[in-house]
Design a protein around this ligand. Structure first.
Ligand SMILES: [Fe+2]
Ligand SMILES: [Fe+2]
Length: 268
């Protein structure tokens, strides 16, 4: 197998030889052939059942790592001097996103990792580290808070776009190559739960751009572009050029109700 160094869902987020061996042992203990070939990653490297298992551990830890900073972003949105509707919409949307990232990490990918191997993924495997909330602690100055909100929201959005466009399609295609019940269940959960939620997370990135960044002018727009690419860099994805960024943010803010996936209006 050539996957020890290259098997990855986004770029160089590594499933190391050590991870692979751990997954091989766990799967073997459960009667699953760890060397079964499931397909290729985005770079043409072969991925086995053990390789997919290692990826699931990485994805579980990385999704879970998103929970705390996004929970903190919700609170930061209330102390950034924003118009009430914008601040309240972001609070509700980020709070929901925080819960959803934990759900992806624990319920979907963490449980799939466990179901295949009988062990829990570890938080330390997050490909984006575990940023925590300290750097998002609100300051006395609402302008500083708003800048922190803008730059962090951009970076988070950069990661979300990569997850949506690359990570989940890659996992789906690997799962589709395997008739195991856990793989089949994962296909349903990604299609029915994870992808629609991630799509809404990208809408939050767009909403914040149009409601907060655009009114602040060119320097803020440039910073949003740069911090979006910073987020992409954190997961080893290539940088967006300006045209691609403009296409992704679209030309208007989504409706607040779109950000939480409910038909009814958020703010009464
Ligand atoms: Fe997620
Ligand atoms: Fe997300």
């Amino acid at each position: 197998m050539t996957e020890a160094e290259g098997s990855t869902f986004v770029g160089r987020a590594p499933v190391t030889a050590f991870d692979l061996e751990r997954s091989r042992v766990l799967l073997s203990d459960r009667g699953i052939d760890p060397d079964r070939l499931l397909g290729q990653d985005a770079f043409g490297n072969a991925v086995t059942a053990a390789g997919l298992h290692g990826l699931l551990g990485r994805v579980a830890a990385s999704e879970k790592a998103g929970q705390d900073p996004i929970y903190a972003l919700a609170r930061l949105a209330l102390v950034s001097g924003l118009p009430d509707e914008v601040g309240e919409t972001l609070f509700l949307a980020y709070n929901q996103q925080s819960a959803e990232e934990a759900g992806h990490g624990d319920k979907v990918f963490g449980n799939a990792y466990f179901a295949l191997g009988g062990a829990a993924p570890e938080l330390a495997w997050s490909v984006v580290g575990n940023p925590g909330t300290e750097f998002l602690r609100p300051q006395d100055d609402v302008h500083l808070n708003r800048e922190l909100l803008r730059t962090t929201a951009a970076a988070v959005g950069g990661v979300e776009v990569v997850a949506l466009q690359r990570a989940f399609p890659a996992l789906l295609s690997l799962c589709a190559g395997w008739s195991h019940p856990v793989a089949r269940d994962l296909v349903h959960q990604i299609n029915d739960v994870v992808r629609p939620e991630e799509a809404r997370h990208v809408l939050i990135w767009r909403y914040l751009f149009h409601t907060i960044v655009v009114p602040e002018g060119e320097a803020a727009i440039n910073a949003y572009f740069e911090h979006t690419n910073r987020g992409r860099g954190a997961v080893a994805a290539e940088q967006l050029d300006r045209d691609a960024f403009v296409r992704l943010v679209g030309n208007r803010a989504p409706e607040p109700s779109q950000l939480v996936g409910k038909e009814r209006a958020l703010i009464s």
